[in-house]
Design a protein around this ligand. Sequence first.
Ligand SMILES: Nc1ncnc2c1ncn2[C@@H]1O[C@H](COP(=O)(O)OP(=O)(O)OP(=O)(O)O)[C@@H](O)[C@H]1O
Length: 290
Amino acid sequence: MKDCADPVGPVRNVDTVEAASLSVQAASWSARRASGTILHPVSFELAAGRVLGVVGPNGSGKTTLLRLLYRFQKPTTGTVSVDGQDIWAMPARAVARKVAAVLQEQPTDFALTVREIVALGRCPHRSGFGGSDGARDGVIIEAALDRLDLRGLANRHLGTLSGGERQRVMVARALAQEPRLLILDEPTNHLDIRHQLEVIDLIRDLPLTIVTSLHDLNMAAGICDDLLLLKSGRSLGFGPPSAVLSEGTVSDAFGVTARRERLAPSDADHLTFHLSTEETSHEDAPPQLH
Ligand SMILES: Nc1ncnc2c1ncn2[C@@H]1O[C@H](COP(=O)(O)OP(=O)(O)OP(=O)(O)O)[C@@H](O)[C@H]1O
């Protein structure tokens, strides 16, 4: 790889990377040329190793919040701290050694191979220019390829892959970055059921702190320790999924009638959604929509 010198330090398997704590204090965001606040002040604390799901309707501010967390956009007010350090008081490269992001927008490096794309994840850990690949980098890159089942595609050019295969490459690149905080924007987009389940398993298994936006509320409740529910750029709740996803709150946030049902034979909780204005039998149902 170009522009990166050999790293120093022992090989660290992605399975042993330490997780970071995340603290968001009254963070808001307004676009310079747009009127109005897109994300109103939001605060939460996420302990190391927890998985936070950010949920809410289209345009509610999920991606905007995630952009504040990986230092792409600076909060207009408030702070975002990783392991107690304000990420805007740190050099970008130091943040990139702690925080990795997998975004909805896919890169356009179509001429690079899968292995070369994954290797890009090592750049924040290197110093100087013109260095060659280190043995440690090679081990980490191959481990990331294995983890996402990409060994068979390693020499293919990105431009020849399907949307789902590209999504897995982006997750592998993020793992090669050895982050302590992993930000995922709709990570199951483009994935078939099997690969959705694999990514979900990965999210649950990785010993990292994870913040992920998700549209599927039942999936979010199943894999996340905490949820943050946004509507029109404001938080409607932060906490355990069972507390945040009450029928009334979900109905209010999404403009639907939500009902909590029990699945058989698993006996698991499951939300269903209805456009109808029919009466619901539940106490926290919202006022009828007209
Ligand atoms: N740079 C910007 N300038 C002006 N408006 C913006 C900008 N970025 C986001 N917005 C607006 O802010 C709102 C929130 O956008 P955001 O992408 O955060 O929503 P989201 O919850 O991720 O939506 P979706 O579920 O559709 O992906 C939208 O109305 C969007 O058009």
